[in-house]
Each structure stands twice: as C-alpha cells, then as structure tokens.
Ligand binder design. Sequence first.
Ligand code: SF4
Length: 357
Amino acid sequence: MYDWKEQRAHTIRARQDLPVSFSLHKNEEAFFTAEGQPEFHFGFAVTPYYFSLIGESPEDPLRAQCIPRKDEFEVKEYEVQDPLWEEPYSPLPRMVHRYPNRVLLLVTDECALYCRHCFRRYFASRRGGVISPGQLRKIGEYLRLHTEVQEVVLSGGDPLVLGDARISELLHILRYEVGRTLVLRLASRMPVVMPQRITPQLTKILSEHSPLFLITQFNHWREITPASRTAISGLVDAGVPVLNQAVLLKGVNDRADTLAALFQGLLEIRVKPYYLFQGDLAAGTSHFRVPLAEGFRLLRKLRGQISGLAMPVYAVDLPEGGGKIPLTEQYIEKLEEGWYVFIGPDGKRYYYPEEAR
Ligand code: SF4
C-alpha cells in the first residue's frame, strides 16, 4: 500500500481515473454523464486505499459513501446548501462561533475523500485553499479577547490533508499563543479513508499538543481494517483519545446489527462511539436520510444489543442554526398511581416507584 503522499498523488478525482476494469452502475454513470452539472455539484475524490475496500454491488455500503450517484441532483424543498447556518455565525473568515464556549475553524476546504453524504458540501471541495497566516493571526487575536471560548474544533475539509509543518504551526498558535489552555478537537476522517496519514511523526505532533482529541467518522464495521487499526493504536498509545461521530445513512448502516458491529468493533480498537448523527438537511443528500421514526426504532433495538459504553448519543443538528440536541426516546410513558411506567428496549412496560430515593 502506498504511503500517504502517494495515496494523495494517486487519488481518483475524475471518471477517467477509475480503473478500466471498474464498471459504473446506471445511477453512478448518470452522475458522471449529467449535462450541465448543477450549481451545488460537490467534488469527487477517492483514495486508492478506500477504493480497494469497496465492493462491486450498487448496494455496497462503502461504495455508496464514495462513488456519486445521480440522486445527488435531487434537492428536496426543505434541503439547503448550508443546513447548519454556519455562514451567518462566522465573525471571521474560516471561523464559526455558534456556542459561547467553543469555536469551529474551517482549516481547509479539501478532503482526502469526498463523502457523498457530506453536510458541509457548501464549503468542502468548493473554494480551494487553506487558512492563511493572516486569517490565523486574526483568529488568535479573537481567541485572546474572547475568554469565554474554552474549546476549538479544527475541521474543514479535513485538516490532516495539510503537511506536518502546517499542522504543527497551527496547533502551536492555539496551544501557546492564546494565553490559556484550550481543549482542541481535531475532526478528521483520515483514520478511515487514508490511515497511512497517521504516521509516527504526525502522531508525535498531535500528542505534544494535549489536551487534544481526535474525532473521526467510521460509518461501517468494514472500515475497521488492519491499517485503520494500526493508525488508531498509534494515536491511543501516544495518549491521543479518539472518538467516533458516525452518521446514520440509508443503505450504509441503517440496520441494528450493522450498527452493533460498528460500535462494538470501535470499542475493540479503543475508539469511543460518541455520536450517531441523524442526517442533516443538506442539498442532494435525501437518498441517504433515514426517517426519524426509523432512527428511534433502530436505537431502541440497539440498546438491547450493546453495552452503554458502546452506545453513542443519537443526535441531530437542528436546521437553521438551532444547534445540536440529543434525540432521546421517551422511555417514560406515564406516571400511574405512584409508579413511573417505562418502556424497556424490548418494548415491554416496567414500573418504578415515584417515591424511590
Ligand atoms: S471528510 Fe468530512 S468534510 Fe470531508 S467530505 Fe467527508 S464528511 Fe465532508
């Protein structure tokens, strides 16, 4: 397998880069041959590593995440380009400040692989370029003044497409030039789509800027491979905690046994399942969205199958910038003559005394 720079150099970025032996299915073919690609067209890139994992079937859950389909051209009336309203909450270029105590930095627009379900498709792959030294300096000044900010999320795009020197410089400013300890969260899909990027040198840089959490996105248990396992081991052994934010995706992981295998597999490689996100209302992603009622049904079933440690929080980022909320099931059905009536994971009723202390 290539090293990460070769993975980047050999990344598939156009239809003609696909191997001749690779056949596109009708819906995929229609994407590439569509005339007058819509304005919201989102980039295409697949690393050789991830491409080696996908299957031939149009139903293959890994293939669905990286090979585009014509379905992306269908935009529902409730879908928008920027479903989380990040742009209105950007006081500076490449910085989103929605919640008082944390900011989000959009470090780069580029990703190693463009996930077909991406909610930040209004930004990722669209503009080119990375955060400039001037932009970073202004963000540093903002953080020094806004002492209510305690956490910084580095995202994009995928920040780890940058070279080690740029990452080191960025982390150094956030760690040593703001005047207080910020908790850093680095959001990257590299352990999943290009685990070769997690080199010992990069791991050392990340571990030197503790407290730093790496947040990744495994969506299917087949993405847990020997290569991704090695990448995660290196990080965790070096003291970099790794958490997973999966997205609930139709045709990819919308079965309780698939989710159970994913979350259990993650625990086995020492990754804590953190969130399972309901799909955002991003333009052109309706073919991936699972109805909320189905999401609740899956979670109910899952709760009976895996431990609390393996269980992520099912959550949604509310439209129009409403923020992130957990989607909890209503386990308490009612209060009946001094007893709370609960619905268990098995669907049966259980009684708990109101006066218990
Ligand atoms: S890595 Fe993240 S930002 Fe990039 S395409 Fe995938 S989901 Fe979108």
